[in-house]
Design a protein around this ligand. Structure first.
Ligand SMILES: Nc1ncnc2c1ncn2[C@@H]1O[C@H](COP(=O)(O)OP(=O)(O)OP(=O)(O)O)[C@@H](O)[C@H]1O
Ligand SMILES: [Mg+2]
Length: 157
């Protein structure tokens, strides 16, 4: 399936202003049907729900060690076992330089990860494939328990 078709389908099925339970339910459902390889990015403020959604996607992908799906404090990259190949979870909040990315073997990670989930992708956007699917979460100003959720079609080269 073409990435823009996938993004369109995901966006159509996505709740606009989910509470935590409905965000997690959507994430699990999407995780169960994601094609591979796929790169998903998560943008949004501190506490917007990026890790919460990444964990739900992991659940749908069959990751059983869900407690391990956190915003890593010391490592930028975490790997989780899943039945159809590893899920790679990256949080670039603490990234300081392009050299730090290179030291991780970033291009190799991007090229080979079956499923790549990236929080705080802003500093690496130009390194990602053009069919990357971008997800934005933001606090719903009208309800503290809800988040505004958007799925963006890939940018065209
Ligand atoms: N509708 C919601 N969707 C997601 N999280 C919610 C929602 N309502 C409340 N929350 C709470 O908001 C917090 C979101 O934290 P989470 O770690 O997922 O955010 P984050 O975007 O990854 O933050 P950070 O930028 O610090 O990594 C959690 O404590 C979660 O329980
Ligand atoms: Mg996080």
């Amino acid at each position: 399936m073409a990435a823009d078709t996938l993004a369109h389908l995901l966006g159509r099925g996505a709740p606009r202003s989910p509470d935590r339970d409905s965000l997690e339910a959507w994430g699990r459902a999407v995780g169960a049907v994601l094609p591979r390889p796929v790169v998903l990015t998560f943008e949004g403020d501190l506490g917007a729900g990026k890790t919460t959604l990444a964990r739900a996607l992991c659940a749908g992908l069959g990751v059983t060690a869900l407690d391990a799906v956190t915003s890593p404090t010391f490592s930028l990259v975490q790997y989780y076992d899943a039945p159809r190949g590893p899920v790679v979870h990256v949080d670039l909040y603490r990234l300081r330089s392009r050299a730090e990315l290179d030291a991780l073997g970033w291009d190799e990670i991007v090229a080979t990860a079956p499923v790549l989930l990236i929080e705080w992708p802003e500093r690496a956007l130009e390194t990602l494939p053009s069919d990357t699917i971008a997800i934005t979460l933001s606090h719903d100003p009208e309800n503290p328990g809800r988040r505004l959720l958007r799925v963006h079609a890939p940018s065209r080269p």
